[in-house]
Design a protein around this ligand. Structure first.
Ligand code: ZN
Length: 206
């Protein structure tokens, strides 16, 4: 049966079709709060507002961990962790698919990431950290540190979409994703070809 699980993972194109259909991926002319311009915008929670779509995405991501023997050998005594609110539906879906024992999520409060739950040293199983999208990898990195401070190890991490500019591995753990997206940012309006073409711009948040 080797390889069966791999075949069940939808292709990047199939995942992108889901993201387009649900409005989670849009093409146009967008300006981020940082002032950067781009022709594409991911708003992942839009894909997770439909239960069926959310399930397809989370199950697909869970299979990336299931086919990794080093990770799956530790099932089900693992914890699924979300670094942010955006990753919570992903974390619950992946937990369900892997029948993982624990689930935790972190939040950012006045610039500091911490667990929503009160967690004591030694309580957390080996962790898989999942998010909806990995743009820079900072959220995952901070969560790896958070987990490490509580005496737990990170055995896997991943997201539905990963920007190609984000690291391929974090703290020695390979970053898994269903889509690797080559996002192009322009630092200012002067450098933005869409501005030059007078394409109407839309201001968005991350
Ligand atoms: Zn522009």
């Amino acid at each position: 049966m080797a390889g069966t699980g791999v075949q069940l993972i939808p292709s990047s194109e199939e995942i992108m079709q889901i993201l387009k259909r649900t409005g989670a991926f849009r093409e146009g002319h967008f300006v981020y709060p940082t002032g950067k311009h781009t022709a594409h915008y991911f708003q992942m929670p839009l894909a997770f507002r439909y239960y069926d779509t959310a399930r397809v995405l989370a199950v697909a991501l869970s299979r990336k961990f299931r086919v990794d023997r080093d990770i799956s050998s530790q099932f089900p005594k693992i914890a699924i962790i979300s670094p942010s609110s955006g990753g919570i539906p992903v974390a619950f879906g992946v937990r369900d698919a892997l029948n993982a024992e624990q689930i935790y999520w972190a939040e950012q409060e006045s610039g500091k990431r911490s667990f929503r739950q009160y967690v004591n040293q030694g309580e957390i199983n080996p962790c898989i950290i999942v998010d909806d999208i990995i743009r820079s990898g900072n959220a995952i990195e901070q969560t790896v540190q958070l987990v490490s401070n509580l005496g737990a190890s990170t055995i896997g991490c991943g997201a539905i979409v990963k920007f190609r500019g984000a690291p391929d591995s974090i703290a020695g753990v390979q970053v898994k994703s269903l889509v690797e997206y080559d996002e192009q940012f322009y630092d200012s309006a002067d450098e933005c070809p869409l501005c030059k073409q007078n394409v109407p711009e839309e201001h968005v948040r991350f």
